[in-house]
Design a protein around this ligand. Structure first.
Ligand code: TMO
Length: 314
């Protein structure tokens, strides 16, 4: 009898234990979800937006400044939990590299389509400062329009920080046969690009800078130069000559492979998060136009757009 009782008790215990551990598996860990911040506005605002969404669900979050290329290795290793703005042109290579080594998963794609490309403010086209733009071939006829004090008599391409995509643009200038006419200068920060665009506009002078969409500049108008079309394999890193333009690309979300297990509720929400061109443009504009801090911008964006983000949590 005693044996049977013990067995029954053991059976009852194991049923209870299974259901408790079943519940435990469905609840999120109290360990912080680690969110990286990089050096352009929408990404930092979106870090706090997504962190705010996780916190609204009772999760703990932590923010770490991270290099935007090295972050994919950090996610793979588990030092960082997510990357919420994986731009195809700049980071597609590092993203798939980390995925193929193991430890990083694709957590879905934002609805916004992207472009990261050299271009000119709309007035450069409207005032016909370099006839034929935005076709890249027009650049051959007007390097002097884009010359600056530091550009050695050539036209200047003002690139973003080199950390974004290395020597992509210097290689492209050479591959297109523009090396005698144009030189690439790297800006120290995104803010340095915006400052240069503002002063060129004030002076009504020509300027070529790296820029992207979605961004706050979508509202005012920015014309991306049309380079030879992007194809898989057209870049030097992929075996090509590097003369192609950037892809009309995707914007993905990456995560460490354990995130769905450690924080199943937060991961489910993260997998549903999809921001539009408008959403991302607004996040950038709150900082770059309205001059809010990134944190305040995120708080304001969350308060004004519950209709956008609440459904992701349901
Ligand atoms: C990665 N970025 C949006 C700056 O091109």
């Amino acid at each position: 009898m005693k044996r049977l009782t013990t067995k029954a008790a053991a059976a009852a215990f194991s049923v209870t234990f299974a259901s408790i551990s079943g519940q435990a598996l469905a609840a999120d860990s109290a360990q912080p979800i680690i969110i990286p911040t990089h050096n352009w506005s929408s990404q930092v605002v979106m870090a706090y937006v997504i962190g705010g969404i996780f916190e609204s669900m009772g999760n703990n979050v932590e923010y770490v400044p991270a290099d935007s290329q090295a972050v994919y290795e950090a996610i793979r290793n588990g030092d960082v939990t997510i990357s919420h703005e994986v731009w195809q042109s700049s980071f597609g290579g590092a993203f798939y590299n980390a995925m193929s080594k193991g430890g990083l998963i694709d957590a879905g794609t934002h609805s916004a389509a992207t472009l990261e490309e050299m271009g000119v403010p709309q007035y450069v086209i409207d005032d016909n400062l370099c006839p034929g733009l935005p076709d890249w071939e027009a650049l051959k006829n007007c390097p002097e329009v884009f010359a600056t004090a530091d550009s050695e008599g050539k036209g200047r391409w003002l690139e973003g920080p080199q950390s974004w995509h290395g020597d992509l643009m210097p290689v492209r200038v050479e591959a297109l046969g523009l090396g005698d006419l144009y030189t690439v200068k790297f800006a120290g920060s995104a803010d340095a690009i915006w400052a240069e665009l503002a002063s060129a506009k004030k002076e009504g002078r020509g300027i070529i800078t790296f820029n992207w969409t979605p961004n706050f500049t979508d509202a005012e108008g920015f014309a991306f130069i049309e380079f030879p079309g992007y194809t898989e394999g057209c870049r030097v890193a992929d075996g090509g000559d590097g003369s192609c333009g950037s892809p009309k690309g995707w914007l993905k979300k990456a995560a460490n492979y354990k995130f769905p297990k450690t924080h199943p509720e937060a991961y489910k929400t993260y997998s549903k998060i999809s921001f539009s061109t408008k959403d991302i443009g607004q996040m950038a504009a709150l900082v770059d136009v309205d001059k809010m801090t990134h944190q305040d911008a995120a708080t304001a964006w969350l308060a004004a757009h519950e209709d956008v983000w609440k459904p992701f949590t349901q």
